[in-house]
Design a protein around this ligand. Structure first.
Ligand SMILES: O=P(O)(O)O[C@H]1[C@H](O)[C@@H](O)[C@H](O)[C@H](O)[C@@H]1OP(=O)(O)O
Length: 925
């Protein structure tokens, strides 16, 4: 019989492609009855009376689970249990689970092979294909003991869903013990009384009661199929661990990729292209400029066009990746995948423990958002942006210096104008429409909308920046040379070199010009308000006239830009309302057009200044920031959707979402040494940039539930779609499209040997300042939470959680500046969970260190929240690291089941971050 590697390797729970899964040839197979989105089959294993090949030798056993698909005659390795040491009656804590997608039928045969492991550190059998029933060569560290097999249907139809099978030697002859297979269901009462099992723990025998209490309904259960549209290729693992009162708890670990890994970058790149094309067009339309500025503009445009082409090429490449949902760690340096996050997964732990409600714990694991293709030779964004800005401020002979805040403001005003102008035009047309229908009510409501939008429009220009930009542009026009240079406002300003524009480096050194009529702008700008007033006055009078009062006086002047004073508006009530309003609306549109034209050009001129300095470095920096942001955003959207999905029925969560917003906590494990300094610098900016994102929940109108992004670099809105039934259950304000905010915080603690070097010979200040800055942000969020959540909720919340104490503790730990102080991560994560936030864990690849950290977090939660028996803490940790989802993560990234650590590295790791023997080593990819 042939042994096949499932998916990319042996034991990998990578499901067959759908076509293959359904392709059962001419055969008809019996599907297993299942609850939607729940695993089809889960069972646990125990052996009894195992016979050791050598008398009196203690056995260290594991069971390897393989599947024989009924249509094929090949054997696929599926999973393994952990190794149970020193007993002939091993009770395995790692169970077996077949998720709903897995092609399993009642006719499917399961083969259980028991091995005796002699040397855990050389237990390499799982990285090679073995002939069936053949003992592995002795040097690989394990020897075959016996096997048994059964059909899934037999197990399901068996009494008490339990099979006790004889284990036989490879020739099928000698019985070498019994293996028990019992079906389990998360959250279901286990029949039968207490069954006393002895399990050896660190040399001691401890009596365990194998029973489960009556379940509570699974909280946050995956019963909402829309999440399946986002999460793909789940890997599931099952465990049972003893509690401190000798009962069993069950844990299901799940790890899924997300198609958002590719979808969000594609959405974002499209938006960047749109934004940049529009900006380039506006720069082209700046009008006539003096030769100096015109040359600068040409240069900027040629570089900007190249950039747009590059974004378009990347988008084309990404669009070829249809259906992809995972970028492996080994592809992190690939240019075409730069915008895609590395190794993004939902890591979920579902706990069913006695006396407690079922609980879900989610962490999004992802490679630190960073520009790997561009590299880290010169550092990452935090340093690069700072350096760039300082240099720009201090070397400005060619352009006018506007601070980043002013540049951002210019972009914001431009974006507001672009949105408001068409909106006002639409409302103006609606007003005319109401007028032609002669409907007072509709006229009033149309006017209300028009007034609101026009006021916003007028307000958008109430900024000194527009004025100063108008003057700057004036001086850049042909013949608009300054007659007198700006008077220095501070002694840092230098005089201009001969024949060049004077240095205008500070936002308060905006040029002044004696010929420039500063009040002209005021007049143009104020004319919009005046036009609106005329319309309001006219509407009032039309309505009054309609109810009887006669108007007197003349008509307004058709199409004149300078509107009439509002009190000079008169009307002939019996005349057509439309006729009377039409000229006023035209005037409003004309005035608005004039304002838009001037403001757009002047603000685009501000943007030209931003681009003018240090081309093409400045564009490369924008590219780097876009790349890092895209990776960070993909993770955030994934985290937000999952959080929304799991907490949709929690009114307190919805209240928090609406009134406070969500905390998003990132745990970073990067070292402040070598390249990882640059990664951390990228990551810090990428995460901080997420503040620019707001979410909006909308009703899904079709089967396409993928989120849609709108906005521009300074501000994005992510529209998350919910099916009608779920959307209906939301609070009114959320349904009405209220923007929902997120508050990202990052805490980093380097843990590997590189961090040891940083502590001894390098510099840890980057980590210290990130932690300090983010602590302040976390504190602010907490304050807001306490102020904005309802008092009843807060008093209950305070009774349950000592958040103040935890924050104080975190602060002290950050201040303490202890080496590899992992307490910081634990406290930050706990605070995040208590504040109902979204949890992230990141290292370079989210593969090795991340796996150590999430498994530690899972076991610590089991200990602290679910009374995991203290003697089983390490064993639980080892089970999860040896046979859990994270080793599958390593496998799917590098096609090898070994965490990429060596002994020397691990000596530098904090104790609980070291994987079990035999699970790490050089990755033979
Ligand atoms: O998932 P990571 O912890 O970033 O993987 C590291 C690993 O920690 C380190 O020991 C090893 O030498 C490699 O650098 C891993 O990074 P890869 O990106 O190569 O997977």
């Amino acid at each position: 019989m042939e042994i096949k590697e499932e998916g990319t390797s042996e034991e990998g729970q990578h499901f067959l492609p759908t076509a293959q899964a359904n392709d059962t040839g001419d055969f008809q197979f019996t599907s297993i009855q299942k609850t939607p989105d729940e695993p089809q089959l889960e069972f646990i294993l125990a052996c009894k009376d195992l016979v050791a090949p050598v008398r009196d030798r203690k056995l260290n056993t594991l069971v390897q689970i393989s599947v024989i698909h009924p249509a094929e005659q090949s054997l696929t390795r599926y999973s393994s249990t952990e190794i149970v040491e020193g007993t002939r009656d091993p009770l395995f804590l790692t169970g077996v689970t077949f998720p709903s997608e897995y092609p399993i039928y009642e006719e499917t045969k399961i083969k259980l092979t028991v091995y005796d492991v002699k040397d855990k550190s050389h237990d390499t059998v799982r990285t090679s294909v073995l002939p069936e029933h053949k003992d592995p060569p002795p040097e690989v560290g394990r020897s075959f003991l016996g096997y048994a097999s059964f059909k899934v249907g037999e197990l399901l139809k068996s009494k008490e869903k339990l099979l006790a099978l004889s284990l036989r030697t490879s020739d099928g002859g000698k019985v070498v013990g019994i293996i028990e297979v019992s079906v389990v269901k998360m959250g279901e009462i286990e029949d039968g009384g207490a069954d006393h099992i002895t399990t050896e723990v660190q040399g001691q025998k401890c009596a365990l009661v194998c029973e489960c209490t009556a379940p509570e309904s699974v909280s946050g259960k995956d019963n909402l199929p829309f999440l399946n549209a986002v999460l793909k290729n789940p890997v599931c693992k099952l465990y049972r661990f003893p509690t401190s009162d000798n009962k069993w708890m069950r844990i299901r670990e799940q790890m899924s990729e997300s198609i958002l890994s590719f979808h969000i970058p594609k959405e974002l790149i499209s938006l960047h292209i749109k934004e940049d094309l529009c900006r380039n067009q506006e720069i082209k339309e700046l009008g006539e400029l003096s030769p100096h500025w015109d040359n600068l503009r040409k240069n900027v445009l040629s570089h900007c066009d190249q950039m747009v082409n590059m974004y378009q090429d990347i988008l084309t490449e990404l669009s070829k990746e249809t259906g992809s949902s995972f970028k492996s760690s080994s592809s992190k340096g690939e240019k075409t995948l730069e915008f895609v996050p590395v190794n993004l997964h939902l890591q979920r732990m579902h706990v069913h423990s006695p006396h407690l409600k079922d609980a879900l714990y989610d962490v999004i694991t992802v490679g630190a958002p960073a520009a790997h293709f561009q590299g880290f030779k010169n550092g990452g964004l935090r340093k690069l942006l700072h350096r760039f800005e300082t240099e720009r401020r201090n070397t400005g002979y060619q352009f006018i210096y506007y601070s980043p805040e002013n540049t951002a403001k210019a972009k914001e005003v431009l974006s507001n104008i672009n949105q408001l102008q068409p909106l006002i035009a639409t409302h103006a047309d609606l007003l005319l429409n109401s007028a032609s229908q002669h409907s007072p009510d509709s006229l009033k409501s149309s006017l209300k909308m028009l007034s609101e939008k026009t006021e916003l429009f007028v307000h958008a220009f109430k900024d000194q920046l527009v004025r100063s930009a108008l003057l700057a542009l004036y001086t850049a026009r042909p013949g608009g040379v300054l007659k007198k240079p700006p008077s220095p406002k501070s002694n840092t300003e230098e005089s201009s070199p001969q024949g060049q524009l004077p240095p205008m480096r500070r936002q308060d050194s905006i040029p002044h010009h004696s010929d420039y009529d500063e009040e002209e702008w005021d007049r143009v700008w104020a004319s919009v308000g005046k036009s609106l007033n005329c319309i309001i006055a006219m509407v009032d009078r039309l309505i009054e006239g309609d109810v009887g009062s006669e108007g007197s006086g003349g008509h307004s002047k058709d199409g004149e830009k300078d509107p009439l004073p509002a009190d000079s508006i008169t009307c002939h009530p019996r005349e057509d309302w439309y006729e009377q309003l039409y000229p006023l609306i035209l005037t409003l549109k004309d005035c608005m057009g004039e304002v838009v034209n001037r403001a757009k050009q002047s603000l685009t001129f501000v943007l030209l200044q931003e681009l003018a300095y240090s081309l093409p470095q400045c564009l490369m920096l924008t590219l780097r920031r876009d790349i890092v942001f895209s990776q960070a955003l993909a993770g955030l959207v994934c985290g937000f959707i999952i959080k929304l999905h799991t907490s949709l029925r929690d009114p307190a969560f919805l209240e928090q979402l609406q009134t406070v917003g969500l905390i998003v906590q990132y745990e970073g494990l990067l070292s402040t040494y070598s390249d990882e300094i640059g990664m951390l610098e990228d990551m810090a900016v990428g995460i901080s940039d997420l503040k620019k994102v707001a979410f909006k929940i909308i009703e899904a109108k079709s089967n396409d539930v993928l989120p849609v992004i709108t906005g521009r670099r300074e501000h994005y809105v992510v529209e998350v779609k919910l099916p009608a039934r779920m959307f209906e259950s939301l609070p009114l304000q959320i349904k009405e499209g209220q923007l929902l905010h997120v508050y990202p915080v990052l805490f980093n603690v380097g843990i590997n040997e590189q961090q040891t070097l940083a502590e001894r010979f390098g510099d840890v200040s980057l980590q210290e300042s990130i932690n300090q800055e983010n602590f302040e942000l976390l504190k602010e969020y907490y304050k807001m939470f306490m102020e904005k959540m309802p008092p009843d909720y807060i008093s209950h919340f305070q009774e349950q959680n000592d958040l103040k104490g935890l924050l104080e503790n975190l602060h002290q730990n950050i201040q303490a500046k202890k080496r590899k102080n992992v307490e910081i991560m634990w406290l930050a994560a706990t605070i995040c969970r208590k504040l109902n936030g979204i949890r992230f864990t990141c290292c370079k690849s989210a593969k090795d260190r991340t796996s150590m950290s999430v498994t530690l977090e899972q076991c610590s939660i089991l200990r602290d929240e679910h009374q995991l028996h203290k003697d089983f803490f390490i064993r639980a940790l080892d089970c999860m690291r040896r046979e859990g989802c994270r080793i599958e993560n390593v496998l799917k990234n590098i096609k090898c089941r070994k965490y990429a650590f060596n002994m020397l590295q691990l000596m530098a790791f904090p104790k609980y971050y070291r994987p079990p023997e035999g699970t790490y080593g050089k990755a033979d990819t």
